[in-house]
Design a protein around this ligand. Structure first.
Ligand code: GLA
Length: 683
């Protein structure tokens, strides 16, 4: 199977989405000139070109793309060629309205924007397949084309009749017979028993709460149906161009796709990351998405999209202050990205994204943004030595889309429970301690991790529960968050409310009640590690420990005196339970203490607040996300790959500054690893 390393070949790739069909020919030459100036290695071409490539059903207009690819190739720019199937042309919806999605109420989702396709539509699939075949046929051997980008941010939903038939086929495969389905869905409740397959529909708009397992299965099905669209195109590409890896770009921590299942079907894993420059915790958010993507990839990954400046889809869209684009790009490289790309190369003058930044903004090549884009391109060329290197992580966060899907059902204890918010809070707690963290599926082999955190997994399979028990028995340290291990994979509540295996592991006899907290409602808790006490939000529980010691106790309120945080020795390991969402400082202290006990330490002692330190191979990235300059003490002298400067005992970092420090005996301490690309020799 082709891999990312076949494309990177010792370079950090750099570039962005390139949409030449929005521009006259004269601009194309200008684009290549500027790309060369910016040291762009790679352009992603054709993501939204379907109507241009196939102006009417079956017609082909490839001439312009021939020209664009040749121009890019002459300029030494490689191409990640897209299949344009995210945005079908208007003719498809007009001629074949059955390809258009229907929402839960049966209303048509029209063309005129993008993504208007039903993943189950055989007509859509047929057209998508044909254009993919023709692109592979025509450009598979083009010397510029190195990688495939299939579709774009798969995430559509459809509740139409075609989808209903497809859903039934999927359910037959999952359950075999109707009895098994009725049992799994608990249809004895509210007279929901199905007597024939034809009666089954997607969870459409209904009078009251729809069956939660039906809704859960529909999310599973939708992810699989979209994945089928992807794999159908991928198979064509793999067959015609076995040398070129295939990817599709994920949205960050996105609910619509089972990211573990999808990543397993890709040669290369890519993601789009758009932290809000105004968000004080944007760097932690970026790190979380990057850690998740690296874990999905099992190695280096592609930052397919980020913004050079503001986006256009927030209420207020903030530009990036000087240095931030560079800092966040280097953060991605630190956490395993071998490709740093943007949406998009040249800012559009028309259409819905004309106020979304580009690498070449409206203000042109003399703009501050383009100058920074140029600077970054030059710097990334010096990081050849980190390409392909791993990011050692001693901790893992367990994450599972099926558990997330089950958590968002209606009719649960609290509609305020927000799974991504909880995962973010826990990851941030580890990130602020500079404990590099992987994400892992609950069934994954955890033995190499000193610390495993489960922020909140409502649904855990038997296999996952046994995995957790085995991990702790074998000496692991588990830190487990609230409302975990409650349901089985059919969303059936486990006997006792929380699975017995988990309760034994945690040393908890009974969870008497879940006690969710309303907006503005808090609990306070105290313990030896939190002598001043801490407040907590979102959730609390009425717990009765068995063997666990209580390390933080609730003070005041309905649960006065009850445990907030417990710790239990089990086998050779330790299991902590956190029955609420402690405020950030308290949450930070928790994995810090657990990690310390587990022998897990940050890469450097005494790091100033706001400085992120992460190893990629033997290269130490230091990134100052704080608002003020910082000084980082170094245990031994190192060289900054970006500047060649040697630091003996400490590194001073201005606001938004970053260094990439190699040991002095590194093979390429003074600059780039050897780089044989054409751009290099011709520049
Ligand atoms: C997504 C899409 C792009 C573009 C950007 C804007 O990531 O993939 O086509 O719309 O958002 O931020």
């Amino acid at each position: 199977m082709p891999e990312l390393s076949d494309v990177t070949r010792g370079r950090i790739l750099y570039g962005g989405d390139y949409n030449p069909e929005q521009w006259p020919r004269s601009v194309w030459r200008e684009d290549v000139r500027l790309m060369r100036e910016a040291r762009v290695t790679t352009a992603t071409v054709g993501v939204f070109s379907w109507a241009r490539l196939e102006p009417r059903p079956g017609a082909r207009d490839f001439g312009w793309l021939d020209e664009v690819l040749d121009l890019l190739h002459e300029g030494g720019i490689e191409v990640c060629l897209a299949t344009p199937t995210a945005s079908p042309p208007p003719w498809m919806g007009a001629r074949h309205p059955e390809t258009l999605p229907r929402d839960e109420s049966g209303a048509t989702v029209w063309y005129g924007a993008r993504n208007q396709f039903c993943a189950s539509s055989p007509i859509y699939c047929e057209y998508a397949l044909r254009i993919t075949e023709d692109l592979a046929e025509r450009y598979g051997g083009h010397p510029a084309v190195r990688m495939w980008h299939v579709g774009n941010e798969y995430g559509t939903h459809c509740w139409c009749d075609t989808t209903a038939r497809h859903f039934r086929r999927w359910l037959r495969t999952r359950y075999g017979g109707l009895d098994a389905l009725n049992e799994a869905w608990g249809t004895a409740f509210w007279s929901q028993r199905y007597d024939s397959w034809e009666e089954i529909i997607p969870p459409r708009r209904a009078q009251y709460l729809v069956n939660p397992t039906q809704a859960l299965d529909f999310r599973r099905f939708t992810s699989d149906a979209l994945l089928e669209c992807f794999t159908t195109e991928r198979d064509v590409l793999a067959d015609r161009t076995p040398h070129a890896p295939v990817t599709t770009n994920f949205m960050p921590l996105f609910i619509g796709q089972d990211g573990w299942a999808w990543a397993a079907e890709e040669d290369v894993v890519s993601v789009d990351v758009y932290p809000d420059p105004k968000d004080p915790h944007a760097a932690a958010y970026g790190a979380m998405v990057q850690d998740l993507t690296r874990s999905q990839a099992g190695g280096p990954w592609v930052l397919m999209e980020q913004a050079a400046g503001p986006v256009n889809w927030r209420g207020v869209n903030h530009p990036k202050p000087p240095g931030l684009m560079r800092l966040w790009s280097l953060q991605a490289v630190a956490r395993g990205a071998d490709v740093v790309c943007f949406f998009q190369w040249r800012q559009s003058r028309q259409g819905s994204e004309k106020f979304h930044s580009g690498m070449v903004p409206h203000a042109g090549e003399h703009s501050r943004t383009f100058q920074q884009v140029r600077g970054l391109g030059a710097e990334l060329r010096r990081l050849g030595g980190v390409v392909g290197r791993g990011v050692p992580a001693g901790a893992a966060i367990l994450h599972d889309w099926h558990a997330w899907w089950a958590t968002v059902q209606d009719g649960r204890p609290s509609a305020r429970l927000d799974y991504p918010q909880v995962v973010r809070a826990w990851h941030r707690a580890l990130w602020e301690q500079n404990l590099t963290t992987d994400f892992a599926h609950p069934h994954a082999d955890l033995t190499d991790y000193a610390l495993v955190a489960v922020p909140q997994l409502y649904l855990l399979t038997d296999e996952a529960l046994d995995n957790l028990v085995g991990y702790v028995r074998g000496g692991g340290t588990l830190v487990c968050g609230f409302f975990t291990g409650v349901a089985d994979e059919d969303d059936r509540v486990r006997p006792g409310g929380v699975d017995q295996r988990l309760r034994d592991l945690l040393g908890i006899r009974t969870v008497h009640e879940w006690w969710p907290l309303d907006e503005g409602e808090t609990v306070t808790a105290h313990g030896p590690s939190w002598p001043a006490g801490f407040t907590a939000t979102l959730w609390s529980e009425d717990l009765e420990p068995s063997t666990a010691e209580t390390v933080a106790r609730i003070k005041g309120g309905e649960l006065d005196g009850g445990p907030a945080i417990t710790r239990n020795r089990h086998g050779a390991g330790t299991a902590w339970y956190v029955s609420t969402l402690p405020e950030p400082a308290a949450l930070r202290a928790l994995p810090a203490r657990a990690a310390d006990e587990a022998g897990l330490r940050p890469p450097l002692p005494g790091l100033p607040e706001g400085v992120e330190a992460v190893f990629r191979g033997e290269h130490l990235f230091l990134l100052n996300h704080g608002r003020t300059p910082a000084v980082v003490p170094l245990p031994s002298a190192r060289t900054d790959l970006l500047t060649g400067r040697v630091y003996d005992t400490e590194v001073g970092l201005d606001r938004s500054a970053a260094v990439v420090l190699a040991p002095l005996d590194s093979p390429h301490p003074k600059g780039a690893a050897p780089c044989t690309e054409r751009l290099e020799s011709s520049s």
